[in-house]
Design a protein around this ligand. Structure first.
Ligand SMILES: NC(=O)c1ccc[n+]([C@@H]2O[C@H](COP(=O)([O-])OP(=O)(O)OC[C@H]3O[C@@H](n4cnc5c(N)ncnc54)[C@H](O)[C@@H]3O)[C@@H](O)[C@H]2O)c1
Ligand SMILES: O=P(O)(O)OC[C@H](O)CO
Length: 339
């Protein structure tokens, strides 16, 4: 069995919004945190100004968070390696980082996407690249908008690992006065809940961008949860995971919050901007814009109906407008709610 002490050094890759905010959680919980930044100037700014001016300006970082651009330095002595890059770049990045990871270290994925092409979840990518078994791969997922977590607003989350003892140890490593993690052994359910809510948030954002109100958004959220559960359960997830923090909880937070990059991306599509125009206007990742395609392919491969992923993918790819998407949803063949 993998053993992790209650405190220690954690390496976090990388210094975007969530990597930085989760570093604060880890530091508040008593860990020494080294945050790896892709750009040396971001590492320098974090060490000198005690804040991440690019992603979390105005938020003071705890003294036990330091930053580096040096991969070996970040990983040296770290028994927990937290991964928070955009999902589509994880495989390439981790391939170069993996040789420097301490033997037996546990990987924690904070990412909410599914890889294009392979249709692999992030835990699967980690296992393939590093050779780590399921007892060394965990995910943290829940209603955790980075800015609110960084402001230490109270929130809960799920720490999932197939090895429950490891989930419990990681739970202790990130439990703070403001952040309450629950354990789970349903890694697949948490990951699919986290990735799918981004696609649903895109559809909700489109509705908002078109000027529609709460009936429309509530309908999309509810049918989005049904669609997520249909796929996740067919692939073996526990239905209760989808009703929990990593399912319904995250869906509600992301679809309701103007802080959500996915909802905002959808809103801009609803206002008539193209995907290319939106990409050109922001540096931050909206995972659903890529994962709509991989989740749709996963649903097709699994034989599950996924109308929201299908329509969102069509709008993101420019094959349909947001208005046409809404009309098409309503015009679809009628059926029983529980089908
Ligand atoms: N921001 C949130 O509130 C939040 C909360 C929970 C989960 N997540 C998930 O965490 C993951 C990271 O999101 P984020 O919000 O930190 O994104 P972000 O856009 O704020 O930051 C992304 C980070 O990855 C780096 N990066 C970008 N392209 C890269 C590449 N090709 N190779 C290596 N590094 C690269 C950037 O420099 C940056 O440090 C996503 O999967 C997201 O869904 C985000
Ligand atoms: O800003 P988003 O849309 O990537 O959502 C952030 C988190 O996943 C919310 O839990």
């Amino acid at each position: 069995m993998t053993t992790i002490p209650t405190h220690g050094k954690v390496a976090v890759f990388s210094a975007g919004s969530w990597g930085t905010a989760f570093s604060m959680v880890l530091a508040d919980a008593g860990n020494e945190v080294v945050l790896w930044a892709r750009r040396p100037e971001v590492a320098e700014a974090i060490n000198e100004q005690r804040e991440n001016p690019d992603y979390l300006p105005g938020i003071e970082l705890p003294p036990t968070v330091s930053a580096t651009h040096d991969v070996e330095k970040a990983l040296h002595g770290a028994d927990v390696v937290v991964l928070a890059t955009p999902s589509q770049s994880l495989r390439e990045n981790l391939t170069t980082w993996a040789p420097h990871v301490e033997p037996g270290a546990v990987f924690v994925s904070l990412m909410k996407g599914v890889e294009l092409g392979t249709l692999d979840r992030m835990s699967e990518v980690i296992g393939q690249v590093t050779g780590a078994g399921p007892d060394r791969i965990a995910v943290v997922s829940g209603p955790n908008l980075a800015k609110e977590i960084a402001r230490r607003e109270p929130a809960a989350s799920v720490v999932a690992c197939e090895d429950e003892d490891v989930a419990r140890m990681l739970q202790r490593r990130c439990h703070t006065a403001a952040f309450r993690p629950y354990t789970s052994v349903d890694v697949l359910g948490c990951e699919l809940g986290g990735a799918y809510k981004n696609v649903v948030a895109l559809s909700v954002g489109m509705a908002v961008g078109l000027g529609f109100g709460d009936n429309t958004t509530a309908s999309l959220i509810t049918r989005g949860l049904a669609e997520t559960a249909r796929l996740a359960m067919k692939l073996g997830a526990n239905p209760l995971t989808l009703m929990g923090l990593a399912g319904l909880g995250d869906l509600v937070a992301t679809c309701s919050s103007p802080l959500s990059r996915n909802r905002t991306f959808g809103e801009r599509l609803g206002q008539g901007m193209s995907t290319e125009e939106i990409y050109a206007s922001t540096r931050q990742v909206a995972e659903g814009a890529k994962s709509c395609s991989s989740l749709l392919a996963l649903a097709e491969r699994t034989g599950v109906d996924a109308p929201i992923a299908e329509h969102v993918d069509a709008v993101v790819a420019g094959r349909m407008t947001a208005q046409q998407m809404m009309e098409s949803f309503i015009a679809r063949d009628t059926k029983a709610e529980t089908d």
